[in-house]
Design a protein around this ligand. Structure first.
Ligand code: SAH
Ligand code: TYD
Ligand code: ZN
Length: 409
């Protein structure tokens, strides 16, 4: 039993993935001995409906000067963030005198660059110093502290309030969420907005995309759980918009309570959530069963291919694949290596099961019989590129929403 991070009600896990390493903790063989593990388990709070981890990892173990996740590794994501920035400019900054935008978790500057290049006042908050350095070298104003209420007060005295406070794939990372929301509330102008997006629990339930569950993701949000949380701070959800990114995300727009017109899309999404049963414990019990079946299917397939002497290489050393490899016990005897374009991951080993991560050229120069698509959220971008430009003739193995072998999308 633990306490809900939002409303303090007692909750217990509906699934446990056992001991897991740091999802982005790609490591050298010298580091195998001292690798850190924690117990990965998820619970649902029947009072405030928040889905959340029941054991947390210290933030300094995940976000530091060797953080392996650089946002700008996918063209699709670069385009997504260009559009996100444009959406904010059109909807919330137009006709504003000297607007100010803050982004939490700004990483290598994938989104803020579109504000910086137009000389719009901005501030990035990015504690992982190696990725923040990339943003700073591109003239993006960045602080490398962790955001919380205390930092919000510092920012307020130095810069004043913001027209828009943005976040992508970061709100769900922060277990001290009340401090974060209280800080954002202080920083928002009376008509200012908080706009953030994160993987959506409705997609996880519908697609059994359990690989979204790992140390960095303390929360799995729904519109209902976010609205409950925001109301505790006299804020409210004023708009929502589903996104295709990260295998299915939701963008939430939040304002001070009773200040904005609420889009009818909010009510519509709440209805969809009721139909999906996102407020019911039994939905999560059933998800746990599906996750278990998915593991059986994947491991059986990989073992059969090994028996047949097929070469299988994985594609994309994603954070989320750490849950798959460790939960399904996928070791280097089943997967030759993982191909990845991120320099900091290459030459290292995957967390926990220690599959070698190699540069993309190793894949390209010696195509396997099967490519296990760990970066399934970029399926279209990757499969098109490999088939049309790079002549890959092998098959793909995917496991979301179902374990299957496909030729291409
Ligand atoms: N927004 C980017 C990066 C997401 S990864 C994208 O969507 O691609 C999450 C980022 O949030 C990491 O770079 C991490 O260092 C940062 N982060 C984690 N905790 C934070 C906090 N308390 N305040 C600000 N950033 C944080
Ligand atoms: P991402 O989808 O952001 O996953 P996560 O949030 O789970 O870490 O990561 C994509 C990974 O895949 C990243 O390490 C880069 C790699 N990648 C390639 O190697 N080739 C590609 O064509 C693409 C799009 C990504
Ligand atoms: Zn709760």
């Amino acid at each position: 039993m633990t306490n809900c991070l939002v409303c303090k009600n007692k909750i217990k896990p509906f699934i446990s993935f056992g001991k897991q390493p740091i999802a982005n903790g790609f490591l050298t063989s010298q580091e195998f001995q001292k690798e850190y593990f924690y117990n990965l388990a998820v619970g649902f709070c029947p009072i405030c409906t928040m889905v959340q981890l029941t054991e947390l990892v210290d933030r300094e173990k995940m976000f530091h000067t060797n953080y392996a996740f650089f946002s700008s590794t996918s063209r699709g994501m670069a385009k997504h963030f260009e559009e996100f920035a444009q959406f904010i400019k059109n909807k919330y900054l137009k006709n504003k005198h000297d607007p100010f935008v803050i982004e939490m978790g700004s990483n290598d500057g994938i989104m803020l660059r579109h504000f910086a290049k137009e000389e719009i006042n901005h501030l990035g908050i990015e504690p992982s110093k190696n990725v923040a350095r990339v943003a700073m070298s591109n003239d993006i104003n960045t602080t490398t502290k962790f955001f919380d209420e205390e930092l919000a007060k510092e920012i307020l005295s130095q810069y004043g309030q913001a027209d828009a406070f943005l976040g992508a794939n970061v709100m769900c990372h922060i277990p001290y969420i009340h401090s974060v929301i209280a800080g954002i509330k202080l920083l928002l102008k009376p008509k200012g907005v908080l706009v953030f997006e994160d993987p959506y629990v409705g997609d996880i339930v519908q697609k059994t995309s359990y690989d979204q569950i790992y140390d960095e993701h303390a929360f799995y949000f729904s519109v209902r759980s976010i609205n409950n949380l925001m109301k505790m701070h006299k804020l409210e959800v004023i708009d929502v918009a589903p996104q295709n990114t990260h295998g299915g995300s939701m963008r939430y727009t939040i304002g001070h309570i009773d200040t904005h017109k609420i889009s009818p899309k909010v009510k519509k999404q709440l209805k969809i959530e009721s139909a999906l049963g996102l407020h019911r414990p039994k939905t999560y019990a059933s998800l746990a069963k599906k996750i278990n079946n998915s593991r059986e299917g994947l491991i059986t397939l990989l073992k059969n291919l090994k028996k047949q002497g097929k070469r299988v290489v994985a594609y994309g050393a994603t954070s989320k694949s750490t849950t798959i490899t460790n939960y399904c016990k996928i070791t280097p005897d089943l997967i030759e290596f993982i191909s990845d374009t991120t320099p900091i991951k290459q030459g290292k080993y995957s967390p926990g099961t220690h599959i070698p991560v190699k540069a993309y050229e190793k894949f390209q120069n010696n195509h396997p019989d099967y490519a296990l698509l760990f970066a399934w959220n970029h399926a279209k971008e990757i499969m098109e590129k490999e088939r049309q430009k790079n002549g890959y003739k092998g098959k793909w193995i995917v496991y979301i929403p179902k374990v299957k072998i496909i030729k291409s999308v």
